[in-house]
Write a protein of this length. Sequence first.
Lengths: 328, 244
Amino acid sequence: MKRFLKIYLEKPELAGVAFLLLLTVVFQARSGGVFLSAANLQGILGLLPEVALVAVGVTLLMICGEFDLSVGSVFALTPMAMAVTLEAGWPFLPAFALGLCVALLVGLVNGVLTVRFAIPSFITTLGMLFVARSITVVISGGFPPLLPNGAFPKWLFVAYVGPGDMFRMSFLWFVAIAVLVTLLLSRTNFGNWVRATGGFLPAAESMGIPTKRVKVACFMICSLLAGFAGSLQVMRLGAPLPSIGEGLELQAVAAAVIGGTALTGGIGTIFGGIIGATLIRVIDNGLVLSQVDANWFKMVLGALTVFAVILNAWLRRKAKSIKVETGK
Amino acid sequence: MSNEPIIRVRNLHKWYSGVHALKGVDLDFHRGETVGLVGDNGAGKSTLINILSGTQAPTEGEIFFEGKKVRFKGPADAMEAGIETIYQYNSMVPTMSIARNMFIGREPLKWSVGGIGILDTKKMAAESVQAIADVDLHLRSPDALVGELSGGQRQGVAIARAMHFKSKVMILDEPTNHLAVKETQKVLGFVKSLKELGIPGIFISHNIHHVMECSDRIVAMARGEVVLDKRVDDTSMDEILDVL
């Protein structure tokens, strides 16, 4: 029994799950039962994949011990590259592939600059935040390209599916990708290397892990997911705006942190990042339903981020103080 | 064959921008022998060890392993050849479980594509339990985090790992630093057990008492050179302290 308690208290995503349950109860009561209605859940689940996919990538990268502030800009750049080529008459598939290649390239540049010159990824990706945003605006020519109807296969990415049209296709994409990344991190040797690289770099290096390549790969996955998420948003809205995703990088970091990912690397789970992203969506939506001024959103998000970290640290201390023999 | 040294080091030099850290070192390490390597800070022993374990490349000189000339490009090459290094801290990731630490970089896979694949977690758990029991260390669960183990237990796991991968030479870089007295005794016990298993060891320590206790031969280094190389029975604490 004690052993189980200890194992659960040590789960880094525990605080996030607790907050999610608590807020669900509060919002359900405050909104007079509207919060958990099918129509409202449909709204939350429709928007969730876009933030959550970015959070999944950022969480993976943070577990690897690095940071990406450029995800918000990649979120805009990828669909803009796709839209500009679509407008120029390219078919969907090559245009979409080009957009994703741009995202991968940004990740590659972020990663190579960071490991090659041994500079903090905070700096590299802060630079990239501006560079990628600027390119987005420049290639859009200042005006969002006009996309012909049927330019992208909505049925494959954003159409409603499921009983009562509960989900969008984007949600299924998100679930599939989240499961894949979770398995990659927990069940493969690559995942072991990611955790070792972020957990204690000298040990990973002395055990012969190609830590530089592992980091670059994580940067690329992170960027790719951000680009894909941005593409989903543009397909949902039907128009690419050069300003989408501004501030998203910090929301994604907040999601990862609320979900128990440590800034120092090595600790965290993909599930935690998803819980964090869900919390952000739930707060955004729940405040509106509770008829609270929407400008309180950032205040709540900020307070929650700090509080979640404090709660997590406290839970972990509690877990440590539960004495279960590891040896004799 | 059996008389041939397992490692032969010839005329090894290492320069760090402006510092001549190794000045033409010649050394032989024999099978079934534990060598104690002593020296002050900056004497060059860490540089020598880093070169043998593949983390640094020599500026000049040759290394022969089992008679063949080798040039390690990284720690993975040295481990592949059979040289396992145990560092005072940095060979374990505290935020990962014992089972995962045992197999970092050498994970057993169920199947793989291009070197990336699915972990065989059952095999990892079973083999790590066995490996730990083999070095007479009793840990209840292979899922416990290494960060929760004591310093001595961590070194025990590191040694169990080296044994499990059938290393041919084991380098122990200051394994007793910052350990409590009881833990130190445990680690010294591990070092002595290497000899029973016939695995040659290179044991580096500041503490000459520890080195004398479990080595067959003492090599002392100072200012990048070997200044003494004698069997433990033929030398004394005073003589060693004298040359350092």
